[in-house]
Design a protein around this ligand. Sequence first.
Ligand code: F6P
Length: 344
Amino acid sequence: MKIGILTGGGDAPGLNAAIRAVGRRSLFDGHTVVGIRNGWAGLLGDGDIVSLGRPAFSGILPVGGTVLGSSRVNPMKREGGREEVLRNLQHHDLEALVAIGGDDTLSVAAWLAENGAAVVGVPKTMDNDLLITEYCIGFDSAVSVVTEALDRLHTTATSHHRVMVCEVMGRDTGWVAVMGGLAGGADMIIIPEFPVTLDEVVAHLDVRQSAGSDFSIIVVSEGAEMQGLQSKDDTAGIRDAFGHVQLGRRGVGETLARIIEERTGHETRATVLGHVQRGGSPSAYDRIWATRMGAGAYELVLAKRWGDMPVARCGAVDTARIADVVAEQRRVPRELYELAQVFY
Ligand code: F6P
């Protein structure tokens, strides 16, 4: 069988572990493996496809990013794009495609599978916002980066008696903020799911001050909405190729820090972690789960279960329909958010 592998959307640590798992399992059983370059862009035009032998998978397990390259090019948003992809799959004799990505990449995969293409998926997004699966490639590494950053911010915050605002990624959900904030002992976590007002932020800082804490660490999600901060709608002009507002450009962390300083008189600084959260070597957890997910996807290929993908459920690799996984975003539950508040 000729099996293609594609990685789409934002890169994430652990992608190479998944590529390696699909590739090594396929080669071991005597199949031919090819890589699609730069996400769906590699299946447009004449196609950008490279042959992958055993050396291509050697030494990539601990390497961040994706050796196949990625992009946010979405064939569904280009006239004739879907047909071009279907044509290329046929033209290059691809008998199976493993699409590794988040909701946008997987939405294309779901459409292709519904339209007769031999496609399976693998869940990847540092935002951790896919339905059904308890694991997405890249999330654990991102949370580890946030945790380490908060540890470092704590020592400088206590030395200077400052408020430190740390802006983290996560798009429209607060998974990275909540999990990173819990692990790093944040004194307040502001996420899109549970909006707070500026008055509430200021009141909380006052309470901490009167309780004897002369420093505070606030984690704010890039997608958090708050009256007085630039709304997501105001940034409508700055969008990526998938059509998403580029939330990092809103500058939520900087604006919040400035307002806090003005309103409370406490010296305040902002740190924007940005793409550092997506870079570098994957955590052991990401390497292991990406390997399990890649191997799971290969099993689905063997079984010709097109339109399915491996998911993590109760600590085991289970399967689900791609269309169900991307049906909507998974949001942070109240229980987790409230647990974080206990430690404010
Ligand atoms: O979806 C992953 C993510 O890192 C989001 O958390 C963030 O909003 C976005 O990608 C940034 O995208 P880009 O790398 O295109 O700036």
